[in-house]
Design a binder for this molecule. Structure first.
Ligand code: HEM
Length: 413
């Protein structure tokens, strides 16, 4: 399929579309959810979906209501889960355990314990090794004349950084890389879930070891966190490590590869960025984040009765915020369906908002910048070397594969 999913909204139907398509992975793999979201924003911006495969929930598609929900963590709780799960899968095992699935005061304690690792001062120390890895991976791709951009470049950098933060020994990294690639990109759901179990097992052993012999890494930090006087159970440490690995690699991989495809499909935007990289790189990264909006939705549970967009939400109701739709809302973005690397302002919600705002924001931007810079300096011509494939997930959207053919910069025509 083409990159329609990410890039090419078609004109919305006038008749009420089948809204259940929103929670069908096939819509994201083969369809065009932008038309559906446009119709919903225009006609039913706060709409109830009755229980089916998924529990009953409200869909929010406009920027304003979504931002209101994300910024009000007292009324809209994260602790029972932030992603829609089929009823058959039961409760999210991370509920009330991981940073993302906690409310204050537990959320404040966990976030306070790890936030320093993502602060600019700590990230500055990483820059050199990040730039080196970006240089080497792009150089290898250019030398080979082709690359599978998603797995060989976009996944590589974020995984390296998360492994460093978690203090994963060098000799274990190839295993983690293999499991992560399978957990995200393997062909069948069974293969993906087996690889994920391997990762959880690995973190189980690592958490136990670091609790006994703490080091200077995030696993040791988490293993030493106390909440209400008690150390976190090891299972909570494992789930938090897993969240960092998944959150820290999957979204960056998708934003980087979706952004690369957007640049390829908009050669004038590529030229604008290449011609004045230092001036335009920041706005270009924001636009890549808005355009790709890799976290498709984020969910909350109402802790009280509340009115939202003229509808009555009851205490206990699930509310699903379609971030990708908010980021194409014409009420907030001029020509939202145009990819513009100079867009400013660009207050997208791709990284969330409010107290759960993505803790890895600056890191993600550093990683994307490092790869872009290497592409702009080392690479001449870039063309597709096959058809990009999309994921069929309702949770994250973007590319499973992006085969590229490359020539060195000095052979640029
Ligand atoms: C382009 C890349 C990224 C995107 C699009 C992204 C997206 C998001 C979004 C939408 C949220 C808000 C979740 C909510 O409100 O419930 C979030 C939170 C989070 N992200 Fe990211 N993320 C990215 C990169 C990263 C990186 C690099 C890391 C870490 C290495 C990371 C770790 C986290 C964590 C731990 C949270 C939970 C924060 C909290 O609940 O306080 N993310 N991310």
């Amino acid at each position: 399929m083409s990159s329609d999913l990410l890039a090419q909204p078609s004109h919305g139907a006038l008749a009420r579309p089948d809204l259940s398509a929103l929670v069908d992975g096939a819509t994201y793999r083969a369809g065009n959810p932008f038309a559906l979201w446009r119709w919903m924003r225009d006609n039913e911006p706060v709409v109830r979906h009755e229980p089916d495969v998924f529990p009953g929930f409200w869909s929010l598609t406009r920027y304003d209501e979504i931002k209101e929900v994300l910024r009000d963590a007292d009324t809209f709780s994260s602790s029972s889960g932030i992603l829609l799960r089929p009823l058959a899968q039961g409760d999210d095992p991370g509920s009330n355990r991981t940073l993302a699935l906690s409310d204050a005061p537990r959320h404040t304690a966990l976030r306070g314990a790890i936030a320093g690792w993502f602060a600019p001062r700590n990230l500055r120390m990483l820059t050199e090794s990040l730039d080196k890895t970006a240089y080497e991976t792009v150089r290898a791709a250019v030398a080979a004349g082709r690359t599978e951009f998603v797995t060989e470049i976009a996944a590589r950098l974020p995984l390296d950084v998360v492994c460093t933060f978690l203090g994963i020994p060098d000799e274990d990294r190839p295993r983690i890389t293999e499991w992560s690639t399978d957990a995200f990109c393997a062909g069948t759901a069974e293969e993906r879930s087996l690889a994920h179990l391997e990762i959880l097992d690995y973190f189980g052993a690592l958490a136990e070891e670091r609790r006994a012999r703490p080091g200077d890494d995030l696993v040791s930090v988490l293993a030493g966190v106390r909440h209400e006087g008690e150390l976190l159970p090891l299972e909570d440490v494992v789930l938090n490590c897993d969240n960092l690995l998944v959150g820290g690699t999957e979204n960056v991989r998708l934003a980087m590869s979706g952004g690369m495809l957007a640049l390829l499909e908009h050669p004038s935007q590529w030229a604008l960025l290449r011609d004045d990289f230092d001036t335009r790189v920041n706005t270009a990264i924001e636009e890549m984040l808005r355009w790709t909006s890799s976290a498709t939705h984020i969910m909350r549970r109402a802790t009280d009765d509340v009115r939202l967009g003229g509808r009555h939400i009851r205490r206990g109701d699930l509310v699903v915020c379609w971030l990708t739709s908010a980021n194409r809302d014409p009420a907030h973005f001029t020509d939202p369906d145009v990819f513009d690397v100079r867009r400013s302002p660009n207050r997208h919600l791709a990284l969330g908002a409010g107290s759960h705002y993505c803790v890895g924001t600056q890191l993600a931007k550093l990683e994307i910048r490092a790869v872009l810079r290497e592409f702009m300096t080392q690479v001449g011509e870039v063309t597709l070397d096959g058809t990009p494939e999309h994921l069929d997930s309702i949770v994250v959207n973007g590319l499973r594969s992006l085969p590229l053919r490359l020539t060195p910069a000095d052979r640029r025509v």
